[in-house]
Design a protein. Sequence first.
Length: 299
Amino acid sequence: MITTAFKQKILAAMPAHRDNFQGTDVAYAKTLGINSSIYSRLHKGDTEQVLSDAKWLHIGRLFDIMPDGEQWNTARTEVYAKVENDLQNCKRNGAALIMVDECGIGKTYCAKHIIRRMKNSFYLDCSQAKTKQQFIRLFAKTIGVDNRGRYQDVKADLKYALLYMEKPLIVLDEAGDLDYAAFLELKELWNATEGTCGWYMMGADGLRAKIERGINYRKVGYREIFDRFNNKYMKAVPMGAENKEAFYVKLIGDVLVANLPASEQKKLTVYVKKILATDGGEHGTLRRAKTIVKLLKAA
């Protein structure tokens, strides 16, 4: 059952989310998956019998609202600073960049947190829309374009909307999950918005392997897309075993300082070592850190 407190969190977050969207209330309502009359009721503070529990959860996820009783403080890590600099560059200059880096360092969390304060900036989880039909229709819905109707019409409206917006920025997370046909659509979208729309593609080794395999096998589109995305991979984790170890110690430590209960701060070094302890050759990441913090808070 969705609590009143959870609904109130969503209503409290909605004005700032709306302010960062340039379009009309009708278009904004579409980004939430609701109609304009429902949005009007929410805007007035009405929470009773307005939405189904599933829709409340959907909007809560879009706003990154934490469940009742759960709180996570954002630490300005080196990853955060790197992603923020890249995103600002893409938005300001209509540039396109690719970030390929280690799993579990907070790329997704940082990108979502940063773009919440950037006007006309949108996040797409490509793992949830792998085919070109799914991808384009999710993309359209995310920026407030009607995603029903003929595929070509939806795509045409999507490109037009991106050209109409003031300095839009699109974050494509888990881009390596897009199938070949969906990935090729990025070339057309970039061509239609060259210099007016910022693009930031994120992923791990799978994204790098996908691009390099496509280039090596001379598959249509991969070389052109890589060229449009600056012909390089952005990265926060340094090279070299010692540098990488120091990076992870600082990363985990920064996040724990921001989130450990006060009574546990004195054990910071112990927890960092515990999180980074290897298991099957792989050390722990921020996901393990978050699990430990939740257990400590629960206790």
